[in-house]
Design a protein around this ligand. Structure first.
Ligand code: URA
Length: 182
């Protein structure tokens, strides 16, 4: 399957109610041959309106970290666990995650990144380990199958708790260091 075919499949998906309540599918953006992939949680309002991940307040903060460590959005791939916005940004339901993660897995198989960075606890719990503790484990790297993986704080957490920004910068610097070594 190609990414275009997968996108079409997601566009047509009505396996959960979010397919009916969303404005736009937020499939993912960036370099389709990226070596580095970021995976967030679910689209918010601005993402739902634009069809692009991480374009709202949290996304703008995330862009600053990318810029600070010398990585451009165009060279990486950015996606979410869920491709449709949960109403009022509520947490994704387990059933919604179970359905949508299959699309994400296929997306990863097609892009074949070397490194996957989870943005926040929710994607880390699904992609790294079910009992992931973001405050303790952020920035720790693990090998899962063929992928080097870590999680960093979700940028919206940093908007609520700016005291964690130094840790985020340190984690993102390590992401960039490893990325440049590939
Ligand atoms: N939060 C996410 O997890 N993903 C987005 O695309 C935007 C905000």
């Amino acid at each position: 399957m190609t990414l275009t075919e997968l996108r079409q499949k997601c566009e047509a998906c009505k396996k959960c109610e979010l397919g009916n309540t969303r404005t736009n599918l937020v499939f993912g953006t960036g370099n389709e041959n990226a070596k580095l992939m970021f995976v967030g949680e679910a689209p918010g309002e601005q993402e739902d309106l634009s069809g692009t991940p991480f374009v709202g307040r949290a996304g703008k903060l995330f862009d600053k970290y990318l810029e600070a460590v010398g990585i451009s959005r165009d060279e990486v791939y950015i996606a979410n666990m869920l491709k449709c916005r949960p109403p009022k940004n509520r947490d994704p339901l387990p059933a919604e995650q179970d359905i949508c993660i299959e699309y994400l897995r296929e997306q990863v198989r097609i892009i074949k990144p070397k490194m996957i960075v989870c943005l926040g606890r929710i994607s880390a719990m699904r992609l790294i380990s079910a009992d992931y503790k973001i405050t303790k484990e952020h920035g720790i790297w693990v090998k899962k199958g063929q992928y080097d993986m870590t999680a960093v704080y979700h940028p919206s957490l940093l908007l609520r708790d700016p005291r964690r920004k130094d840790e985020m910068l340190a984690d993102m610097m390590e992401v960039a260091r490893r990325y440049r070594e590939l």
